[in-house]
Ligand binder design. Structure first.
Ligand code: FES
Length: 104
C-alpha cells in the first residue's frame, strides 16, 4: 500500500539520511546524486538505526558497527560480512507538490 511520507523531496539535501516511521515500518530516507532512495531502517546485524547512518560513496553505513549497504540495491557489502541485504522500497514523487509516496 502506498503511503505519503511526512517530508517533501525539496527538504532533502544530497546525502542527508533521515529516519522515518510509516505503516509500521522504520525507514531510512536518502537523496543521493539527486535521486531518492528509501531503504529498510533497521540493520540486519543488531538492529542499528540506518536512518541515523551516513552515506559514504555509494553506500549507506550503519551507525553501530559500520555495516555497509549499496544505496541502489540494498546489497550488503562484501567488506562487512556481518550484515545481510536490506530491502529497498518503491517510491514515487509527485512532480507538482514534491510529496514522496512509498510502497510499504
Ligand atoms: S547493527 Fe548495523 S552493523 Fe551492527
Amino acid at each position: 500500500m502506498e503511503q505519503k511520507l511526512g517530508i517533501k523531496i525539496s527538504e532533502l539535501e544530497d546525502d542527508m539520511v533521515v529516519e522515518m516511521d510509516i505503516g509500521g515500518q522504520n525507514l531510512a530516507v536518502v537523496k543521493h546524486e539527486g535521486r531518492l532512495r528509501v531503504l529498510q531502517g533497521r540493520c540486519t546485524h543488531e538492529g542499528g538505526a540506518l536512518g541515523k547512518g551516513r552515506v559514504e560513496g555509494e553506500e549507506l553505513i550503519c551507525p553501530l558497527h559500520a555495516g555497509a549497504f549499496d544505496l541502489e540495491t540494498g546489497a550488503a557489502s562484501k567488506n562487512t560480512p556481518w550484515v545481510t541485504d536490506i530491502k529497498i522500497y518503491r517510491t514515487r514523487v509527485d512532480n507538482v507538490t514534491g510529496d514522496i509516496y512509498v510502497e510499504v
